[in-house]
Design a protein around this ligand. Structure first.
Ligand code: HEM
Length: 411
């Protein structure tokens, strides 16, 4: 639908019709100009503020004293996905000082030295994934590449068997569907199955004497000098299984599409792999696959000239902030040569900034280094199908065709 048709007084930015062709960037640009912080009426008779500008998204993300993740959660409905009582055990739903303590439990696993040490294993995994399709000359980039890589990396980090990958896949699909469902708490059942699985894994890895996986790290994790309880361990596990998966998959898939739409830049990457790290930053900016998260105002305040009342919901739109003309030169131009674009794909900064950003960057770099080397003359080979969501920017199918390139070396 054309951006001009959006009624600033009455229309709902969360209405899927505005997102049918992906994030509505023309509409975001209009809102940044005309209503960067806007009251958005919702179909249930309530409403929330939508925040579109880079500066405002950053200010709210960094102001946890006035904008809470804990109060009413990070989705529009407090019980979306699972009831708030349970989800409040998730890092994403906490405020400091509680958040600071829990984040420390996981932080060690994501420091640069630990993440960088994974490069060899990730490259071997991407190589195996590409080996399976390369001779066919065509594949579905989503099913065959974007899905298995982050899933495989995660199961490896958790020390769980490779053959359980389909289970992880099914769980993330169910959680994602629960996020879209109008039914509150729609993921309770899948959370139950995941908890059972985790209990088995803790027992198995304990019996094997493993001490180096994320599962054993959670088992041994401590808060205020006491061990984590079962619920705490489980929600960490669920958070990692979801946050580390869908997001990386969607960035790989929509990022591949962006490159197919800019074949000159795809060719540059193939000819000069040293451009890939910079290109990954631009792909993150361009795709910003997590569309939004909610905060709740803890006090009356003013943002972007609007008076926000205590208790109001405030929704931060990351893909819009990632294309704010106040920060980026020609933001609607895809350009792999941008220098360190200060995008919002991993959030607006502040305490909740994506814990897995370094791991995601590494996975994406290796994927695009290997893909551009081994899948030559990449081109679209059918209909692209989008995930029908206003929250996740992703693809269901991305059929591509290519010519096999060299398996090894730098050719
Ligand atoms: C391209 C891939 C990814 C994207 C786009 C992404 C995006 C995000 C965003 C937008 C947030 C919220 C930031 C905020 O509220 O300020 C977040 C938080 C988080 N992400 Fe990621 N993420 C990605 C990959 C990963 C990976 C690979 C992992 C781990 C394996 C991960 C783990 C987390 C965790 C644990 C949090 C919660 C942090 C906290 O609340 O303190 N993410 N991510």
């Amino acid at each position: 639908m054309p951006a001009a048709a959006f009624d600033l007084e009455a229309d709902d930015l969360f209405d899927l019709r505005w997102h049918a062709d992906g994030p509505p960037h023309a509409l975001f640009a209009r809102l940044r100009r005309e209503a960067p912080v806007r009251w958005n009426a919702l179909p249930d008779g309530t409403g929330c503020w939508t925040v579109l500008g880079h500066a405002e998204v950053a200010a709210i993300s960094r102001d946890h004293e006035r904008f809470s993740s804990f109060e009413r959660g990070i989705f529009l409905h407090p019980d979306q996905v699972v009831p708030l009582d349970l989800s409040r055990n998730l890092l994403l739903y906490m405020d400091p000082p509680q958040h600071t303590k829990y984040r420390l439990v996981l932080q060690k696993a994501f420091v640069p030295r630990t993440v960088n040490a994974l490069e060899g294993a990730i490259r071997a995994r991407v190589t195996r994934v590409l080996d399976r399709v390369v001779e066919q000359g065509r594949c579905d980039f989503v099913d065959d590449v974007a899905v298995p890589v982050p899933l495989g990396v995660l199961t490896e980090l958790m020390g769980v068997p490779e053959e359980d990958i389909p289970r992880f896949y099914a769980w993330t699909e169910e959680i994602e569907a629960a996020q879209r469902s109008p039914e509150p708490g729609a993921a309770v059942e899948v959370f139950g199955r995941m908890a059972e699985y985790l209990t088995e894994q803790i027992a198995r890895q304990g019996a094997e004497g493993r001490a180096d996986s994320l599962v054993t790290q959670l088992r041994d994790g401590r808060i205020d000098d006491r061990p984590l309880n079962d619920t705490e361990i489980f929600v960490f596990f669920a958070l990692l299984a979801f946050a580390g998966n869908d997001t990386t998959r969607n960035t790989a898939a929509t990022g591949m599409l962006a490159l197919l739409e800019h074949p000159d830049q795809l060719a540059e990457l193939r000819d000069d792999p040293s451009l890939v790290p910079g290109a990954v930053e631009e792909l993150l900016r361009w795709t910003s696959v997590v569309q939004w998260f909610n905060r709740t105002a803890l006090a009356d305040c003013e943002v972007g000239g609007q008076r926000i009342a205590k208790g109001d919901r405030v929704v931060l739109w990351y893909p819009s902030a990632s294309r704010d003309e106040a920060v980026f030169d020609e933001p609607q131009r895809f350009d792999i040569h941008r220098v360190k674009p200060d995008h919002d794909a991993f959030g607006g900064g502040g305490r909740h900034f994506c814990l897995g950003a370094g791991l995601a960057r590494l996975e994406l770099r290796v994927v695009f280094e290997e893909v551009t080397r081994r899948l030559r003359d990449l081109r679209l080979d059918g209909e692209v199908e989008r995930v029908p969501s206003t929250w996740a920017h992703g693809l269901v199918h991305l059929p591509v065709a290519f010519t096999p390139g060299p398996r090894e070396g730098t050719a």
